[in-house]
Ligand binder design. Structure first.
Ligand code: SAM
Length: 216
């Protein structure tokens, strides 16, 4: 697909990066990725003016593309190194997956809503991004491709799914917002041995909920 990424878009991205830097994001790889990815292409063209505001935005099917600051915060917590295998739960628009790809991760991403999965699977390769995409229930992770260096959940979970912890390598990190449907606490789980994890909490966020076993 030919697409337009103008000086104006690039300028707006630079401003967005300055804004999230001022809010406390310091990981250069994360900031560089956000500066590079044309976020305006992930939104319907009639909403171009919103693309570089630090806000979440509806992407259809009752779901959202997360706020850039939130994407940056979660990615920074993940401490991704080049070549690492990263599992994302909640593909949505695919923006977060692209941030991970820009950092050099091998990305596996799961979406639970067929319509979004189909849309994003067609869109991402058209702008040059090729994560491995799966249509299934993220609560169960991807046992066939495990273990992962890192796992990131981009929807609000009521609890920490044990399967996702099981599928982490020793030394691996899971980043997951945990709470009720109104508010969640950003949580990291670092797997220090087969039987031990270290849990840390990083403040409140608001996500759409992680969907249960219901078919969509
Ligand atoms: N990471 C996305 C992006 O960059 O646009 C934003 C994700 S949006 C806040 C949450 C996504 O999680 C939605 O697309 C939703 O359909 C998906 N989701 C919810 N429950 C899920 C589940 N059990 N398994 C996989 N995806 C799920």
């Amino acid at each position: 697909m030919d697409y337009i990424d103008s000086y104006k878009h690039k300028g707006l991205r630079k401003k967005l990066v300055e804004e999230i830097k001022a809010k406390g994001i310091s990981d250069k790889n994360v900031l560089d990725a956000i500066e590079k990815i044309p976020r305006h292409l992930f939104l319907d063209s009639s909403f171009l003016e919103y693309a570089y505001q630090d806000k979440p935005f509806p992407i259809g099917d009752g779901q959202t593309i997360s706020q850039p600051y939130t994407v940056a915060f979660q990615t920074q917590l993940l401490q991704v190194a080049k070549g690492q295998k990263v599992l994302e739960i909640g593909t949505g628009s695919g923006y977060q997956a692209c941030v991970l790809l820009e950092i050099g991760a091998k990305v596996f991403t799961i979406e639970r809503i067929k319509n979004l999965y189909d849309k994003t699977r067609a869109f991402l390769p058209s702008i040059g991004y090729n994560p491995k995409m799966f249509f299934c229930d993220g609560y169960k992770g991807l046992p066939t491709y495990a273990p992962f260096d890192k796992v990131i959940v981009t929807a609000g979970a009521q609890f920490i799914p044990q399967d996702l912890v099981t599928q982490l390598k020793i030394g691996g990190i899971l980043v997951i917002p945990v709470g009720d449907s109104a508010v969640q606490i950003m949580t990291t789980i670092t797997k220090v041995s087969e039987t031990e994890v270290v849990k840390k909490e990083w403040g409140t966020f608001r996500f759409v909920p992680l969907l249960g076993n219901k078919a969509h």
